[in-house]
Design a protein around this ligand. Structure first.
Ligand SMILES: Nc1ccn([C@@H]2O[C@H](COP(=O)(O)OP(=O)(O)OP(=O)(O)O)[C@@H](O)[C@H]2O)c(=O)n1
Ligand SMILES: C[C@](O)(CO)[C@H](O)COP(=O)(O)O
Length: 231
């Protein structure tokens, strides 16, 4: 079971308020992007890592990968204005030998190999799959001031990345979305738009996306928990 992974890391990190791309924020002496890329460097199923970066950060990213021994990064490509554009640029560089491809946010350093493998096996069988967790909070639709509707959360999941695909499925979906100006906030939504099935695979609540400053506090707690060998 082999796959390639596209890691979009070409954002600005505005919500993190760090004044620079959060991918370079240091967590326990390692930059965030290195934490994330290391997961795939250490996974024998992963055959290639394609990182998508801001044009001005390509050199710095490449230097980091050399410094930290991330040898599976074969290409660091220039991203676009939106996450979807960046992912598409990465997919365009995918070698046709890869039958399965994952898309994984550079901002999610805590995904675990067992979950990745369960996701890959599902995607290889059914075409598309995404990691997620069941909602813990009640979800309400509002107009920004007043609640309009409380949504039954029994069928709601918070989906994460990696999102995994048979390569042809996700490339078709991204090409179609680009041709028809369809914008999604994740990758499987574009596959859903094509009417194809997407399987949900239960992951971990630890697989957070580092987005706002509070997430760095949680991230340090997760690292400490892992250092102490606690699940
Ligand atoms: N044009 C973009 C926007 C986002 N991303 C990447 O997509 C992932 C998820 O995006 P998000 O967490 O929103 O990161 P940012 O866009 O950097 O954050 P913000 O919206 O706060 O600026 C991140 O790894 C980010 O680097 C990207 O490659 N290209
Ligand atoms: C792809 C994603 O991580 C799934 O939860 C999320 O949609 C990314 O959102 P962002 O605003 O681009 O970080």
């Amino acid at each position: 079971m082999n796959y390639a992974v596209v890691i979009p890391a070409a954002g600005q990190g505005k919500r993190m308020q760090a004044g620079h791309n959060k991918q370079f924020l240091v967590l326990e002496e390692r930059p965030l992007i290195i934490h994330t890329a290391s997961v795939f460097e250490q996974d024998p199923w992963c055959k290639e890592i394609i990182v998508v970066a801001n044009a001005s950060e390509i050199y710095d990213m490449e230097e980091l990968f050399k410094e930290w021994g991330i040898r599976k990064v074969k290409q660091v490509v220039v991203g676009g204005n939106e996450r979807q554009n960046s992912v598409h640029e990465g997919l365009k560089r995918l070698h046709p030998e890869h039958r399965v491809v994952l898309v994984h946010d550079g901002a999610r350093p805590f995904v675990e190999q067992d979950d990745v493998h369960r996701l890959v096996e599902q995607a290889e069988q059914t075409g598309a799959a995404v990691l997620g967790t069941k909602m813990k909070d009640t979800v309400k639709r509002t107009d920004g001031a007043t609640v309009l509707e409380t949504i039954d959360r029994s069928s709601l999941w918070a989906v994460q990345t990696p999102q995994a695909f048979q390569a042809a499925v996700v490339i078709e979906a991204y090409d179609y979305a680009a041709a028809h100006q369809i914008i999604g906030t994740d990758d499987t939504s574009l596959v859903e738009y094509m009417g194809r099935p997407v399987k949900i695979v239960e992951g971990s609540y630890d697989n957070i996306k580092l987005t706002t400053p509070e997430d760095m506090v949680v991230a340090r707690a997760i690292l400490q928990k892992r250092r102490e060998g606690r699940k």
